[in-house]
Design a protein around this ligand. Sequence first.
Ligand SMILES: Cc1cc2nc3c(=O)[nH]c(=O)nc-3n(C[C@H](O)[C@H](O)[C@H](O)COP(=O)(O)OP(=O)(O)OC[C@H]3O[C@@H](n4cnc5c(N)ncnc54)[C@H](O)[C@@H]3O)c2cc1C
Length: 414
Amino acid sequence: MTRYSAWSLLRAGLSGQRTWTPAWRDAKPKKRYQAVIIGGGGHGLATAYYLASKHGLRDIAVLERGWIGGGNTGRNTTVIRSNYFFPESTRFYDFSLSLYEGLSRELNYNVMFSRRGMWSFAHDRHGIEMLRRSVNAMRLNGADAEYHEGEEVFRRIPGLSRSGRFPILAGLLQPRGGTARHDAVAWGYARAADALGVDIIQNCDVTGFDIREGRIRGVETSLGDIVVDRVGLAVAGHSSVMAARAGFRLPIVSYALQAFVSEPMKPVLDTVVLAPSTGTYLSQSDKGEIVVGSALDLFPSYAQRGSLPVLEQTAAGLIDLFPHFSRVRLLRQWAGIVDVVQDSTPILGESPVKGLYLNCGWGTGGFKAIPGGGFCFAHNIATGEAHPLVAAFSLDRFRTGALIDEAAASGIAH
Ligand SMILES: Cc1cc2nc3c(=O)[nH]c(=O)nc-3n(C[C@H](O)[C@H](O)[C@H](O)COP(=O)(O)OP(=O)(O)OC[C@H]3O[C@@H](n4cnc5c(N)ncnc54)[C@H](O)[C@@H]3O)c2cc1C
């Protein structure tokens, strides 16, 4: 792997940009692998990277039916945070956040992690109680959180409206929260995994499984069959589809989640802002676009497209927070299919089929979990044991009833 550095940039610049080599090989599938990861999103690629770098497995393939990062990883609004309620969640997401903090250096690839802080607001007395409770829980669980009231919130976020439909009474700030460049996360992991010998195979649709006596023996793909006895499934919104092909059901419902960006502007917003009243949240990208996220579509669907009603509702929420954006033009709108679990906690670990492991149920918040999810999933696939950080996230909790109900506790709606 060519190491990227200031010197390599200078050398390439002086030679007319002719010295760059492809960031990863265009690998063709082999007949047999030690381990296969299905899904070339952030989670699949990170898993392959940590399998190779931390566990020494090199004979691995990532099978992606489209292009890497073309799923939710390349469609999300890039918010990174660990503002959860239960210790299990905060511990895991905070670990993931800490991996993000050193990721550019680890991968030798600039993922543009920007620790710009994230705010969420309270609009009434009940909201204030919720914020205070969240701040206390986060601090007790080791995450950073600050509670601010009234004027202090407006002082810190210039342009925030004082006369919106939902008054802003207080805010929870997580200073270590922020954003990263989503494509760069996928590309950085892909490049580093490839350098360790991982085959990244695009345009390879996994169409079925070879399962005998309850154990995985191989996968069937549009590029031929592969013999393998360790398979990681990291296909986000298509987890239920793949589980059905393997003969079991998952407690997942898939919905479209929409987002849009404005035309680029000069820097006007230096933090991430979420208004629970409308579900609207926003940040400004490095290119200057205002990136705005919506709440989930109200009905299950596999249609990856935006819709006018959601756009109108989200834009109304945006203008309510920042009236001066009312004359900004929109550039693009899109959607991704997210896999929502009833308790809004992911599913990581064993499936009913031996040797087939699950990484799914991230819902609307799995981008921030990519480093942590990949790290723990790799541990699971390599050792056969769940990593202690995610042991509570097993599918088995739907049998035992030990749910981690973040949907109720931290007030996240999905
Ligand atoms: C609009 C939107 C905004 C979001 N905002 C945020 C945010 O701000 N912060 C945050 O933390 N999270 C956010 N998320 C959620 C986050 O994007 C996802 O949880 C995360 O990207 C999931 O990563 P993944 O690698 O599991 O899935 P994906 O990136 O979707 O990768 C799965 C891959 O599997 C492939 N695949 C599917 N079926 C097959 C098959 N049969 N064979 C081979 N390959 C297959 C797909 O093509 C896809 O590339 C958002 C999501 C959306 C849609």
